[in-house]
Design a protein around this ligand. Structure first.
Ligand code: HXC
Length: 287
């Protein structure tokens, strides 16, 4: 893939990426670092953090990894302080760390609900609050990008804690975009549709036949690819999007809208057959 952006578009940026050691977070870390940013990635497990940092440094990028748990306010604060000690003032934040599992809602335990909501919503709040406080005190601008999900708007069966916490993230983003705009702070969300990763798929996609079924829901007929997400991430972190704030951009190949229209199920069927059926109906109506 040839690079779309100027090779120094993120130079001078110190970007925090939670959950940056694995999956899409790792792709974001590698792409941002390749465009000049210094990235600090946070996560619970040291091993993936070390692997990602090594991969970034191997290609000449600047990265630090710090183990942390976004669910704990105090740990987040010391993570941000340590990140600044190592690499200077933070200028961008990506709230990427997330937890999820499939479960009937009526059997969820309080701890199960907590594990997801604390990771997704509290974690995003702690990080956003920590960065925002620093930027406001210093009088410097900043950008927060949070990874939501398409079902934050529609709700979804079997992932209740994820749905409510991601909806909270979207609302936090809109609220703070209004409150913090005066300080030059922009906050936005991306709502990705299906982008396969080991972490998400092992918890949310029980077998390959379900993956095929999920693919059929997407008008573009395929899952998203990491560079398609990071293209948008770079745009939203950079000054190319300097007037964008409070937005939640859906990146799902058309999946959500296609699942709402009353006649959209026809798109999942063989197109020739569907068109032939329409012709038969037309002929019958004329007869
Ligand atoms: C019901 C469950 C459960 C399950 C755990 N619990 N798994 N309940 N069904 N499948 C309950 C446990 O019984 C426990 O409650 C509580 O949750 C906490 O579980 P622990 O294992 O003790 O906690 P912890 O080690 O912190 O693990 C948290 C986790 C784990 C969420 C369960 O999976 C995790 O850390 N995940 C992070 C990575 C991740 O989930 N990635 C996927 C994100 S993808 P009790 O009452 O027994 O103590 C994503 C994409 C969405 O969000 C869009 C897709 C298209």
């Amino acid at each position: 893939m040839s690079e779309l952006f100027a090779s120094d578009i993120l130079a001078d940026q110190h970007i925090i990426i939670t959950g940056g050691g694995t999956g899409l977070g790792r792709h974001m870390a590698e792409r941002c670092a390749s465009l000049g940013a210094t990235v600090t990635i946070g996560g619970r497990r040291e091993e993936p953090l070390n692997e990602t940092v090594a991969a970034v440094r191997d290609t000449g990028g600047k990265a630090e990894g710090i183990s942390m748990n976004v669910r704990e306010a105090e740990t987040v604060e010391s993570f941000l302080a340590e990140a600044e000690e190592r690499s200077g003032p933070i200028t961008r934040l990506i709230n990427n760390a997330a937890a999820n599992f499939l479960s009937p809602s009526h059997t969820l335990s309080p701890n199960g609900f907590d594990a997801i909501v604390k990771t997704n919503l509290y974690g995003s709040f702690f990080c956003t609050h920590g960065c925002g406080t620093r930027w406001i005190e210093r009088g410097t601008p900043g950008v927060v990008l949070s990874i939501a999900t398409t079902y934050a708007e529609t709700g979804s069966a079997f992932v209740l804690p994820s749905a409510v916490s991601k909806a909270g993230i979207v609302t936090m983003t809109k609220s703070l975009a209004a409150e913090w705009g005066t300080y030059g702070i922009r906050l936005n969300c991306i709502a990705p549709g299906p982008f396969p990763t080991k972490g998400a798929w092992s918890r949310l996609v029980p077998d390959p036949s379900i993956a095929e079924m999920m693919k059929k829901r997407v008008p573009l007929g395929r899952f998203g690819e990491p560079h398609e997400l990071t293209n948008l991430v770079v745009f939203m972190l950079s000054d190319l999007s300097s007037y964008l704030s409070g937005a939640n951009i859906v990146l799902d190949g058309g999946e959500v809208l296609a699942s709402g229209g009353q006649f959209n199920d026809f798109i999942k069927q063989d197109r020739e057959g569907v068109l032939a059926m329409f012709e038969m109906m037309r002929a019958a109506a004329k007869a």
